[in-house]
Design a binder for this molecule. Sequence first.
Ligand SMILES: *[C@@H]1O[C@H](CO)[C@@H](O)[C@H](O)[C@H]1NC(C)=O
Length: 126
Amino acid sequence: MKSILFLSMLTLTWASHTNVYITNSLEGREDLHIHCKSKDDDLGPHVLRINQTFKFGFGTNFFYGTLFFCSFQWGNGHLLHFDVYDQNRDYYKCYECKWSIKKDGPCRFELQRDRSYLRKCYEWNH
Ligand SMILES: *[C@@H]1O[C@H](CO)[C@@H](O)[C@H](O)[C@H]1NC(C)=O
């Protein structure tokens, strides 16, 4: 009984809410077609015009390995993929994870160990 209480308290302490924002920042102002999913959720297809943002949120918990992955496509281009939230990568880096989608890949500002923010760009998944 004590250990259950202890575990519940730990879970509460380490649970938090995270929001992911995906903004169309394509240099050529094309419409951006996105489709995001996790193991359990399908967020459906969306079309973002230039500077439009798609936002979604979820509860994160230290014990879950939350992963949301999306496909991205514009113009006549190929379907590209990126993990927009990977708990192993992101748990300490953002609670408000704001991606700017550029042609070379997604960029965002990330929380550093010294609590400052640094702009970082990623490559598309291979
Ligand atoms: C999109 O946002 C950028 C940065 O705020 C701005 O410079 C640009 O004019 C906007 N583009 C359009 C088409 O609204």
